[in-house]
Design a binder for this molecule. Structure first.
Ligand code: C5P
Length: 199
């Protein structure tokens, strides 16, 4: 069975948490596509060449999760040739036998416009900043400012800007628990799964 779940939304909205829970529940493969852009930026040198040469090993670096790596990722992600160098890999991954979940910014709009399920996960910038701040520490006001800056860059770029696909299910996690958000996402997946495969 080929079955793609596309999850998009801004940083720290809960995409990864929802994606991992769905992957576990339904037995889908999971790709965090933000990691590709983080690894391209961390590799250094010419970003387009870094994207072309990206290896599985590059994705295993332990310095990819920092705020700085996220900011650097969003800068290289605005370069169209970087995005196109990463497209085929993501599209192939999306057709993994048994189903796949990809989360990012342009999965439902550009990478997998025919995905069986599209979710757009968001929440207020303040709530997202607090979540990120709990993970990374530092100064909350600065975490919020950086998050807003990254949102603006991701939503404002010319190529594949962050926006909900027209047919995406919107999940605003501002006043939700993780369990509530996962339950809503699961309903959307179940509604599209062929009946004999529902766990
Ligand atoms: O999701 P994450 O915070 O790891 O993404 C880092 C950056 O990579 C984002 O701010 C965005 O600029 C870029 N990105 C993207 N398209 C994706 C995934 C991430 O442009 N599909």
């Amino acid at each position: 069975m080929e079955f793609t779940v596309a999850i998009d939304g801004p940083a720290a909205a809960g995409k990864g948490t929802i994606a991992r829970a769905l992957a576990e529940k339904f037995g889908f493969a999971y790709l965090d596509t933000g990691l590709l852009y983080r690894a391209v930026a961390a590799k250094g040198g010419d970003p387009v060449q870094a994207a072309v040469d990206l290896t599985a090993q590059d994705l295993g670096r332990d310095d990819l999760r920092s705020l700085a790596a996220g900011q650097a990722a969003s800068r290289v992600a605005a370069i169209p040739d970087v995005r196109s160098a990463l497209t085929d890999f993501q599209r192939r991954y999306a057709r993994t036998a048994g189903g796949a979940i990809l989360d990012g910014r342009d999965i439902g709009t550009v990478i997998c416009p025919k995905a069986e399920v599209k979710l757009y996960v968001t929440s207020s910038a303040e709530v997202r900043a607090k979540r990120r701040w709990r993970e990374v520490g530092g100064d909350l006001a600065q975490v919020l400012a950086e998050l807003r800056e990254r949102d603006a860059r991701d939503m404002g770029r010319a190529d594949a800007p962050l926006r909900p696909a027209e047919d995406a299910v919107l999940i605003d996690t501002t006043d939700m628990t993780i369990e509530q958000a996962v339950a809503l996402a699961s309903v959307a997946v179940r509604a599209r799964l062929p009946e004999r495969t529902i766990p």
